[in-house]
Design a protein around this ligand. Structure first.
Ligand SMILES: Nc1ncnc2c1ncn2[C@@H]1O[C@H](COP(=O)(O)OP(=O)(O)OP(=O)(O)O)[C@@H](O)[C@H]1O
Length: 605
């Protein structure tokens, strides 16, 4: 089922709602719409991006108070006088103010990791809350009243059933924008934030920028919700923008399903209705007034986290038959489309990667000792050695993940040390990982398309407005092409996490190829592969070599290495003990001694 069908159904239902429902229910729906807008931001920020924020209510307050101040103050400062009490111009100022503050707060807090980030959001959430009650002109704890209603096409939205349409139109637009964004090049970068940052950076994604984007969007959604809230209530006071409300928004996200866009609506709806219902029911049941609903909520949340940590939306989706499930829109360009531009590969034999006297020390331990090696275009070089020989450490120096203590690594005649993974990816080096790094819940096709990140340039705005479709179709076609090339063409729409380990390794190679590299670094590509898969991988790597690609692999499987590579570098105790053709290495006494105490290398080492 196409993804916008549920949207159309919802629009029709909502169109009739204020005409048939009693005022009280319309008011409830208005609140659900306002809360969902904030929670939608949290889904992006927390559920998708993996950054927990307790401070969203403060951004709601910022939007609300900005409009309250601008539309009720009689003598505005001269530089703001042009807003003339218009809620729409106040919205514009609110958006600009929120964006500026979000950029500042994001720059200060988003680099924090672990529990420091949520603590940071609590800190600025509390600061903003106190600012609302302290700043001159904002009415202190009693707040600001008599806000004008929003006018639209000359009609004052002064009643719940009128502003209803504006609230829900803005919310549906936000849902659409969020869906569009998530199903795009930028969206894949955002979805990689939770659990895939190292991989994403090595594919050229600027993960800090992606974090900033979701933080900004979440703040703007909250601020617009605040603006609507203020003009719906026609009154603002600090209470609804405090930390407790920040926590309540998180609860809504958690109940609905913090990773799903529609979960935001479900969570806000359930919490709002349930709260209302419990507020009425519990005092009657218990025979006295009090905040019993908060206690019941606490218990319900604990229960939910035990039983359905992913929230209710994923549970509901499990009940829906596969053919009715909403499918993301994944356009794939036809074969007649022009295709992405490709890098010109260096001439065969040209030195692409060179390690010069690379030494790496960890305290007193010398993991790499004056290592020299070079990789040429159109060549497969294997780096082998017994466990602990220093191969992974060398791999890290070569790929720029780590900087040598002494010596240097040159890639395409430029120093690798000190460059970011992104810069190195842009130069044409692409890699796989010893421990597979992919996004298990994302489709195989989209996982591989992350590799093509640097081959597109459409940004957030283009994605949100769906103006990126041609480029997106090209990127996905490239991902499909690489998947077909490595033999995973039948698995495009499977979840990557459902593939066998061997297939996941192959997926990583397809992803690396999607970047159109001139050098492939493969960390134990044959580990976990069955015999036939290894043969197929060997054939693929030979084909790539034939096309002029340089390939460096670290590998333990000697059968695989000996039948495939052009040259081998052998390491032991951090040093190079041999270098040469496979047949030379197989009979090199030093190598035989290092590996098997003298036996010939022809089995798995
Ligand atoms: N970050 C680190 N801090 C301290 N010691 C390290 C670090 N990384 C690696 N080492 C040490 O450096 C030596 C080489 O390790 P490395 O992982 O590079 O070997 P390897 O050849 O890749 O081994 P394996 O085949 O088992 O993966 C080992 O003694 C290891 O304990």
């Amino acid at each position: 089922m196409k993804l916008h069908l549920p949207l159309i159904a919802l629009v029709v239902l909502l169109g009739f709602a204020p005409l048939v429902l009693p005022t009280f229910q319309v008011t409830l729906l208005n609140y659900i719409g306002l809360y969902t807008l904030v929670v939608l931001g949290l889904v992006l920020l927390t559920g998708v991006g993996g950054m927990t924020s307790f401070g969203q209510a403060a951004f709601v307050g910022l939007g609300a108070y900005t409009s309250a101040y601008l539309t009720t103050t009689e003598q505005l400062p001269a530089w703001l006088a042009w807003t003339g009490g218009s809620p729409w111009l106040a919205l514009l100022i609110g958006i600009l103010l929120t964006a500026s503050l979000a950029l500042l707060l994001g720059a200060l807090t988003l680099k924090l990791s672990g529990h420091y980030l949520p603590l940071g959001t609590i800190a600025w959430g509390i600061s903003l809350y106190y600012l609302f009650s302290t700043l001159d002109g904002l009415g202190g704890h009693s707040g600001v009243s008599d806000l004008p209603p929003i006018s639209l096409f000359g009609m004052a939205l002064d009643r719940g059933n009128k502003i209803f349409y504006l609230i829900w139109a803005i919310l549906l637009l936000a849902i659409l924008i969020t869906q569009n964004l998530l199903n795009s090049r930028e969206g894949r970068a955002i979805r990689a934030l939770k659990g895939g940052q190292v991989m994403a950076e090595s594919m050229g994604v600027n993960t800090f920028r992606s974090k900033m984007v979701v933080f900004l969007i979440a703040a703007l959604f909250a601020s617009v919700s605040g603006w609507l809230y203020a003009h719906n209530q026609r009154f603002v006071s600090p209470t609804p923008f405090g930390l407790h409300m920040g926590i309540e928004y998180l609860f809504m996200a958690l109940i609905g399903g913090v990773g799903s866009v529609w979960g935001a609506l479900l969570g806000s709806g359930i919490l709002t209705m349930l709260k209302q219902w419990l507020e009425n029911l519990l005092p009657q049941l218990l025979g006295s007034g009090g905040n019993y609903e908060t206690i019941v909520f606490g218990l319900l949340i604990v229960l939910l986290m035990q039983r359905a940590p992913g929230g209710l939306w994923p549970l509901l989706m499990r009940l829906v038959p596969a053919r009715l499930k909403p499918r993301p829109d994944l356009p794939i360009a036809g074969d007649d489309a022009p295709g992405l531009s490709r890098r010109t590969l260096p001439a065969a034999g040209q030195v692409i990667l060179e390690a010069r006297e690379v030494t790496k020390r960890f305290g007193g331990l010398v993991a790499n000792d004056k290592m020299n090696l070079s990789v040429h275009a159109g060549e497969i070089l294997a780096l082998i050695g017994p466990n602990g020989a220093g191969k992974s450490t060398m791999f890290n120096q070569l790929s720029g993940v780590d900087v040598p203590s002494e010596g240097e690594v040159l890639f395409m005649d430029e120093r690798v040390g000190g460059k970011t993974s992104r810069q190195i990816a842009r130069m044409g080096m692409s890699r796989t990982f010893q421990h597979v790094k992919l996004l298990p819940g994302m489709s195989v096709l989209e996982n591989v398309a992350i590799g093509a990140h640097l081959r597109g340039d459409k940004g957030v705005l283009a994605a949100a407005l769906h103006l990126d479709r041609t480029e997106e179709a090209e990127l996905l076609r490239e991902a499909r092409r690489q998947l077909e090339r490595v033999g995973l063409g039948d698995y495009l729409y499977e979840e990557a996490g459902s593939l066998a380990l061997g297939q996941q390794r192959i997926l990583e190679i397809a992803r690396a190829l999607c970047a159109d590299p001139c050098l492939l670094l493969l960390d134990e590509p044959a580990a976990g592969l069955r015999h036939k898969e290894k043969q197929a991988l060997g054939e693929l790597l030979k084909r790539l070599r034939g096309e002029g690609m340089a390939i460096l692999l670290v590998e333990h499987d000697m059968d695989f290495v000996m039948g495939l590579v052009d040259r081998i570098v052998v390491m032991e105790f951090g040093q190079k003990i041999a270098e040469g053709l496979p047949e030379e290495i197989q009979s090199n006494p030093a190598v035989l001694e290092a590996y098997l105490g003298g036996a010939e290398i022809n089995e798995h080492a």
